[in-house]
Design a protein around this ligand. Sequence first.
Ligand code: LLP
Length: 432
Amino acid sequence: MQEPRPWFSPVVEHIGGVSVRELVQRFGTPLYVYDAETMRRRREQLRSFEVVRFAQKACSNLAVLALMRRWGVVVDAVSAGEIYRALQAGYAPEGDPPPIVYTADIFDQPALELVVRHAIHVNCGSPDMISQLAQAAGGQEITLRVNPGFGHGHSQKTNTGGEQSKHGIWHEELPRCVELAQRLGHRVVGLHMHIGSGTDLEHLAQVCQAMKRLARQAGTHLRTISAGGGLPVPYRPEEPELDLDRYHQLWEQTRQEIQKQLGRPIRVEIEPGRFLVAESGYLLTRIWSIKRMGRRLFYLVDAGFNDLARPILYGAYHPIAVCRQEGNTQAEPMEEVSVGGPLCESGDIFTQSEGGFVTSRKLPRAQVGDVLVVGVAGAYGSVMSSNYNSKPLAAEVLIYQGKPLLVRRRQSLDQLVANECVPEELLQEGSA
Ligand code: LLP
């Protein structure tokens, strides 16, 4: 039986049992709200996988990381900032499996420093990383990220395999990189592949074949294979749910075959971001204007692509629901509307398809002051927000055990300019 999916309903009045009206009154808009219970259910669905590593880039709020840690989920970090977050959220730097793995194609100075200081496990996506790590820290246990020569994602921009992609070590170069690693005193204990985000079972299955082929070339210390992330979630009611049993079976088979081939125990990791958090997240935004442009009706709201960039970046679809101010729960009459934000840029539209074409939705008729609830916004929502148009970053609330907990304060105008300064020279009177 399918569990309820409130995010697909045209009217959303409660999130995790808490009234949307109350949330908006208490915390203001735009507001990100995460329902911990939905996250927990997704985590439970992955119980058959031995190691689940959260790709925190999808939603890296410290409270979300703390939840994942409590639920036995380890974490991936792609920057110094993400390593710092993981440590702040209570992850230990070292352990087996490594609680934090730094996965990237390059180091930068801050990342290299943190990796060395805390002995963070590194998943190297380039030969340069292999040698730079050896130089900075001597021989280490490392993972190699391999680009298997193919990839697939929900958009060309989220495809991370093949010759178009900058990610990972090209599969044909794996033997050379294993040799390099050995020469520098590293032990290659892991092999990792992530072919893209928002892909499908057919493509995910191809990774198993590539992993079997490449595991033979990884040397004698291999103990972990990582399937990467990419597990899709439905953004529209008609989209299928991922067949998790099948996905698990595929990797279990792959694990057993590699184990047999190499004659020692092998562990499988998966590295989902979206799957764990997407459906738990909502963006609440208030309608400030309703206006017509010829035949098109626009609802203009106080969240823009500074808060949720996925529509403008990928033409991504997010379900949108109405929460009327007065508590009128009737869904009719429905109206065909386009939804836009406050930014001074015409692409600031939540209802658009790839290429920037404005589309429309059938939504229950709303008024200025009503709230729109943008669903499936927990992954790559808040984390991709910006200060464009000098808009402060939204507040974030976590519904935990029926209570709304503030997990990020709204950025203030003072914080917005806190790191800027006007040099003395410019403050002096007179012209240059
Ligand atoms: N592992 C690696 C190495 C990754 O690069 C990613 C995502 C993941 C895991 C997690 O993928 P997921 O399970 O979330 O699909 N901003 C885009 C998604 C970019 C994903 C980047 N890497 C979006 O909004 O769809």
